[in-house]
Design a protein around this ligand. Sequence first.
Ligand SMILES: [Ca+2]
Length: 203
Amino acid sequence: MSPLAARSLIALASVAAIGGCTARFVATGRVRATPVAVTPAPAPAPAPAPPPIVVPTQPPPIVTDATQIPGTPVVRVGINFEDQGAGGDADYNDAVMCFAGNFKVDGSTVISTQTQDVVATTSSISDCHHQVQVQIVHPDGRASSPIVFRSDAGAQVPMRFELGSRLEVSMQSITGGCNPVGRTMHEPDWARVQLDRCNTTGR
Ligand SMILES: [Ca+2]
């Protein structure tokens, strides 16, 4: 073979090789171009609903002495929520706030019998998580800013009461599939205000 013929053969082989690569590339491109079923992105999780707003429609009566406050005197009171309401297991330990201090309890009404600083403790034994809101309503109509926290935070919540101040606590499930409607301490299917009892055990 002459040198010229050899160079021609090499050039021809090179063209063939390039052509082969091109063919494979095109084939690959066709595979990539095959329509693929698009899986829709999962819908974003709904944002937690805002906490229920405790509206102090009526402040507690003005008193000058603790004897003017109705109810049973206690030094410890539990606000124990059941996050499934009447259809739940009625253990009332799902979202719990425990207050150690001087109060009088009349039904679900809790009134401070003196000016005092109280550190409330929290507990939760539930598959659901909750947002708890505390507000203190004073006899002159003032109310504290709502104190909001998660029931499972193990929080210690400082708060200040005056003589005659009323405690208001509400709870709302935010994750876990429990009923998301906000509930107050005054709804017996959902909350029990118990003298010297904070339901911090169970399952
Ligand atoms: Ca329960």
